[in-house]
Design a protein around this ligand. Structure first.
Ligand code: PMP
Length: 395
């Protein structure tokens, strides 16, 4: 309907049509208040209900334990690369451990692609001590050793720091560019339980159930699976917000807009929040709940991804999927065609069938098809039918 296309963008990305319809319906006059949400004070009673409902719905669908805070912040995933480090180092837990050790703690980063690498680089930039637990997979099978991000090295080779010297372990569960996704338990089982795990779930949040209680904090930009750009979700275990106020230095380095505790104390509104984005996220959370929650969304995500991967595997000489089958992402599927010319042709022919935003990330090239919650199964079926036709014509 509405002349919409099949939009496979990696983010910002497609939203449920019913959510957009509701936004449209209420745009000029939100439920009889005579104004749009964009024009409404964040201190109004109506807005208080909107943000309160958004948080309550999210807590229900994700099953967030009471000892975790849910924060709506700004600054995107990138803002949280810095925030994760700065907040942890301002926490009582880290400052006490650091005092015992007598020197700076290091931060463990599992580098599985561009986004986890981005987190690591931010810590280095801010004067921290990041430790790459691994950085891609080093292959020595060719004449030159090469590093790739299509897989993960075996857990036995991970260079995790000693727990008493490590502030936190950080990983990105779904690498949006490289199409690598890992099960949470792989990391959580490998880490000493005394060390908090920080996870970037920007691109697979709400696509499957998660055991929140095993994480120190989860960060996620909204603009893939949750809503429009402009709001960033943080779920953090409350004890990590406790501070030792004698540790002035760490607190002085933490700007208020990145300060998790500052947001926690003020119900995510110590200052003006991205009101409209949070409102739309609230509608998406409600939509997710109406679909049947995360178990149902997980089944759908597996079904969509299976269609595309089956087509790739049926014609591996034509559709080259570089990612290790064990870690293939259900959210962002990357593949190459035999030549760059064919890839360009693929994009052009797809566009003629209203299938768009398939170009791989500018750093990687190739094809990337992103299959977030709001993509109906029908969209994946259309895409696979196109793949098949293209194969028949060009192989
Ligand atoms: N983490 C992941 C997994 C991402 O996919 C992205 C952006 N695509 C980011 C972090 C960075 O997010 P932002 O653009 O909101 O800063």
């Amino acid at each position: 309907p509405y002349g919409r296309v099949w939009n496979f963008a990696a983010g910002p990305s497609t939203l449920p049509v019913s959510v957009l319809e509701e936004v449209q319906r209420d745009l000029l006059n939100y439920k009889g208040h005579g104004m749009s949400i964009m024009e409404m004070s964040h201190r109004s009673k109506e807005y208080g209900k909107i943000i309160g409902d958004a948080e309550a719905t999210l807590r229900r669908i994700l099953n967030v334990p009471d000892n975790y805070s849910v924060l709506f912040m700004q600054g995107g995933g990138t803002g949280e690369f810095a925030a994760a480090y700065l907040n942890l180092f301002a926490s009582k837990a880290v400052s006490e451990k650091q005092r015992r050790l007598g020197r700076q703690l290091s931060c463990d980063y599992l580098v599985t692609g561009k986004w986890s690498k981005g987190g690591l680089k931010e810590v280095a930039r801010l004067g921290g001590k990041p430790n790459a637990v691994f950085d891609g997979v080093v292959s020595n099978t060719e004449a030159e050793p090469s590093v790739s991000y299509g897989s993960l090295p075996p857990v036995s080779s991970w260079k995790l720091g000693r727990p008493e010297e490590t502030a936190f372990v950080y990983y990105c569960e779904n690498e949006t560019i490289h199409g690598v996704e890992m099960p949470s338990d792989l990391v959580l089982d490998a880490v000493d339980p005394s060390v908090p795990v920080i996870c970037d779930m920007s691109s697979n949040m709400l696509s499957r159930p998660v055991d929140i209680s095993r994480f120190g904090a989860i960060i996620a930009g909204a603009q893939k699976n949750m809503g429009p750009a402009g709001v960033t979700l943080v779920i953090v275990r409350k004890d990590l917000l406790e501070r030792d106020d004698s540790d002035k230095e760490a607190i002085q380095r933490l700007p208020s807009v990145l300060d998790w505790r500052y947001f926690d104390k003020a119900g995510s509104m110590p200052h003006t929040p991205p009101t409209f984005s949070i409102y739309v996220c609230g509608l998406v959370f409600k939509w997710a709940e109406e679909q049947g929650g995360l178990e149902v969304l997980q089944k759908l995500r597996e079904a969509r991804a299976k269609l595309v991967y089956n087509m790739i595997d049926a014609h591996p000489d034509f559709f080259h999927g570089p990612v290790d089958k064990r870690y293939r992402s259900a959210m962002n599927i990357v593949f190459n065609l035999p030549t760059p010319e064919l890839e360009a042709q693929f994009l052009a022919d797809a566009a003629k069938r209203n299938i768009i935003q398939l170009k791989g990330h500018r750093s990687l090239g190739g094809i990337r098809v992103s299959l977030y919650n709001a993509m109906p199964l029908e969209g994946a079926i259309e895409f696979v039918a196109f793949m098949k036709d293209f194969y028949n014509e060009h192989h």
